[in-house]
Design a protein. Sequence first.
Lengths: 370, 304
Amino acid sequence: MQTKKMTALVGGALAGLLMLSQANAADLKIGIMVPTTGSEATAGKDMENSIKLAVNEINKAGGVLGMNVVTITGDDGCDPQMATSAASKLVSSDVVGVVGGYCSGATLPTLKIYGDAGTPFVVAAANSTKLIDANPGTSFQINSTGFDQVNTAVNLFQSKGIKKLAIVHQGDGYSEDLAKLTKEKWTAMGLEVVAYEVVNKGEQDQSSLVTKIKSKAPDAVFWTAYYSDGALLIKQLRQAGFRKLIAVGDGSNSPKLLEIAGKAAEGVFCFSNPTADYLPAAKAYTASYKSNYNQAPDAYGPLAYDGMKLMADAITRAGSTDKAAIVKALKETKAFNGITGAVSFTDQNTLAKSNFVVLVAKGGKWALNK
Amino acid sequence: MSTTDIILQQLANGLIMGSFYAMVALGYTMVYGIIKLLNFAHGDLYMVGGFVGFLILSAISSLLGESWTAIVCSMVLSMLAVGMLGVIIQRVAYRPMLTAPRLSILITALAVSMILSNGVMTITDGEYMAFNTDLGFDGLDFGNVFISYTQLALVISASVLMVILYLFVNKTLYGKAMRAIAIDQDACKLMGINVNKIIALTFFIGSSLAAAAGVMAGVYYGSLHFSMGFVIGLKAFTAAVIGGIGSIPGAMLGGLLLGLLEAFGTQIPFIGSEWKDVFSFGLLILLLILKPTGILGKTEIERM
């Protein structure tokens, strides 16, 4: 019995190998670089799932250039060192392109590795402005950068007729950056920033700051940091009778903000990268994601899905699997219509048109602002 | 808002912040006064108090609704529970160390602090919890100066608790024993005072005051987090030092003073709110240079 089972097993394995090598002949290899282990594994898995979803759809529709698309996953662990070895692994497995990139810090050192190999890399989620400077020309960022959020914010404020703005950040790199960029843009437009303030992380009482803000009579308050202290600021602003516009940055894009701030959060605006809940074009994607993986897609799933579709689109347009031709095709992308919006690139390979969306708190939930 | 409005509003803000600092500072000062220990776990008891209050409130709100009665009930129950926790900590972690060198017990206090905050972190998955009580935005409106009923209730309950404590320490036999132990523990033993019992009582009172402040903070600010005891612990400790550590009226005074300094520090023209701590702590350093024992502190021979 034992030997028979073994033979069957070995035979099966051999047959499997044979099939695999046969399939390889007409396969188009695409690398996925996301964190599948470590603290950011949930987000990474979600991106991997979304990319595989896109690959299944592409293969069902006949593949790319008549070839079947297969994926190889490199785990970057949200860690620069792991990311470099994952990138080297993908490059040496002869992938024609890579989709992924969640953590900016881990994505940063891989840009050069892909650049040296000439491999096109669609960065789906990572959006630090540092990636722009480090780009050797073969990477393409399809998530909006900090600059885009500033533009989205400024556009909203202008459309609401705001003249005097108050900006509050938390003194950390992310929120201070967003606050500084917004302030620069706002004053460059000849408008006034009446208060530019800081809240210490973890300090619950912000009443004295609220009084100071109120005394400067701004038309709007923009909170650029995270949801936990943001919720407290919103609550205390409203408690003190501030009835004007409040907006929060993407770090505050969490249902927890609404839960903590309660009624006070009604009507608060929030800037967010495009998540499936707020995208009308993502209905089919969300449904098929749910039926395949028995859970709802996470924040960066739609962008990863679009990234894979964009890569396939570029290879089709290039008409070959030559890496340089694919990079050229990606660069020439004109209004590729993904579920997160139209994609085309600037000279720096960043999104020409921001895909940030504006949300508004209604009845204790975030809804797309129309 | 006119300048007068701003000053009045910041005065109100400072008093509210100061009430929190004062209530937590009392625990520091009482424990230091009686066994010369800087109880670093005190801020964490404030945090635990908030969470216990949240649990009790969620449990009883089905019976009483989210009313003021329910809030007061959960505050009292949380005070009892955390008071007991304080006594247990004292019994398990501090009492065996009382005769050991001062630094050993200080490190034990740090360990207790870590156990409490990391324990709550594990239980809550490091998540923020929303303490949802719809207390509304009603209040006293003096034109541009606004004080909500919630804020008023906070200051009143803090004052009531502090007055009760003051009377307890100064007018009862237990209070007298506490003050006696602060002066000389060995002499107290010889006089037949049950020193361990009184020390436990001190921990009970200090911890339950921190718990009361924690529940109040939960109700007022609406969110709870395992790290919420850290900043207030630091500030309350400062308040206790300013007032003169070991002195109960000093802790109250120090808390209110620190709250007011912070409120007005935010408002100083030409510099941003990021300087408010520099301003308040700068003044406090100045005060300590002029009077090293704090406002109401007495000179002591033994120093840590």
